[in-house]
Write a protein that binds this ligand. Structure first.
Ligand code: 5GP
Ligand code: ZN
Length: 114
């Protein structure tokens, strides 16, 4: 989508530290990490948020989860644990309107989140 930051990143029109790309999902390191591991997992397809997912995208959502698992293994946090978050809309704190999962780990997470 024109003017979408993450569409531009998956299309390599903007630079990012890409750590995985299976042609469907891209994983990049967050530019402003909130934990030792802070990775963003996003589909190539422009979907505004989890609120826009349809049943036709069930496999895509599962793919995001599996890529997150692979990154957690690669970063050595699969045993210590990690958090997966997807912010939705204004009250969810979403700042980039292209569906993405945050994978956070390498430190103890707090609950409830802010
Ligand atoms: P949201 O607030 O939408 O849930 O998450 C957006 C995330 O994208 C934030 O954690 C922010 O640090 C990250 N981000 C924003 N711009 C860029 C960028 O240009 N490159 C990368 N790698 N991350 C970005
Ligand atoms: Zn987009």
């Amino acid at each position: 989508m024109n003017g979408c930051l993450f569409c531009d990143i998956v299309a390599r029109k903007l630079p990012a530290e890409v750590i995985k790309d299976d042609g469907v999902v891209v994983a990049i390191r967050d530019v402003n990490p909130q934990a030792p591991t802070h990775v963003l997992l996003m589909p190539y397809e422009h979907i505004t948020s989890a609120a826009e997912l349809t049943p036709a995208q069930d496999a895509l959502w599962a793919r995001l989860l599996h890529i997150a698992q692979e990154v957690a293994i690669d970063d050595g946090i699969v045993t210590s644990g990690y958090r997966l978050v997807t912010n939705v809309g204004r009250d969810g704190g979403q700042t980039v309107a292209h569906l993405h999962l945050h994978l956070l780990g390498g430190r103890r997470m707090r609950w409830p989140p802010g």
